[in-house]
Design a protein around this ligand. Structure first.
Ligand code: S3P
Length: 177
């Protein structure tokens, strides 16, 4: 078991994974890998365009394929898309590289944050609030089952969340040695 592990951020859209990932990168000096950014670069288009042109299934396959190849040679911050926990295989692949940190928050807060921006294909439909509620219901148990630990982000700034994670990682690593 490595004392220093990668930090893998999981959680719903709106959890702040991307922003907290950037804070963690700045605070820790570790490299940051963002699966959505990597997939967008690989396809040469936005995530919304991947969904539109190839469909969700193809996106999910590409997500798994990317994780199979993801083997950072040193600990890194790994930012994932909200649906990464849908496939147990993805969770196993992520667990092999680091500690899974679930950024959780109240459903209303998550939706309010997720809906602020319009780049999320799953919410670009009629009644995004109902869709979000369904995803939230389906996924909460998956995040809970996959996570090594959880941080409630409802009342924290991104920098505070990052700081809390780095402190917890120290505890976590010393417990696991
Ligand atoms: C998705 C979340 C998105 C992105 C894609 C699918 C999901 O990432 O991967 O739109 O299934 O929840 P964010 O969680 O960063 O919004």
């Amino acid at each position: 078991m490595h004392a220093a592990k990668s930090i893998v951020l999981i959680g719903m859209m709106g959890a702040g994974k991307s922003s907290v990932g950037r804070c963690l990168q700045r605070q820790s000096g570790l490299a940051r890998l963002d699966t959505d950014e990597m997939l967008a670069a690989e396809f040469g288009m936005s995530i919304a365009q991947i969904f539109e042109k190839h469909g969700e299934e193809k996106f999910r396959d590409a997500e798994t394929e990317l994780l199979r190849k993801l083997a950072p040679d040193r600990p890194a911050i790994i930012v994932t898309g909200g649906g990464i926990v849908l496939r147990p295989q993805n969770v196993d692949l992520l667990k092999s590289v680091g500690a899974l940190v679930w950024l959780a928050a109240d459903e209303d807060i998550l939706f309010e944050r997720a809906a602020r921006r319009d780049h999320r294909p799953l919410l670009q439909k009629e009644n995004p609030r109902a869709i979000f509620a369904k995803l939230f219901r389906e996924r909460e148990a998956l995040y809970a089952a996959s996570a090594d630990f959880q941080i409630n982000t409802s009342e924290k700034t991104h920098d505070e969340v990052a700081e809390t994670i780095l402190n917890k990682m120290e505890e976590f690593s010393s417990l696991r040695q």
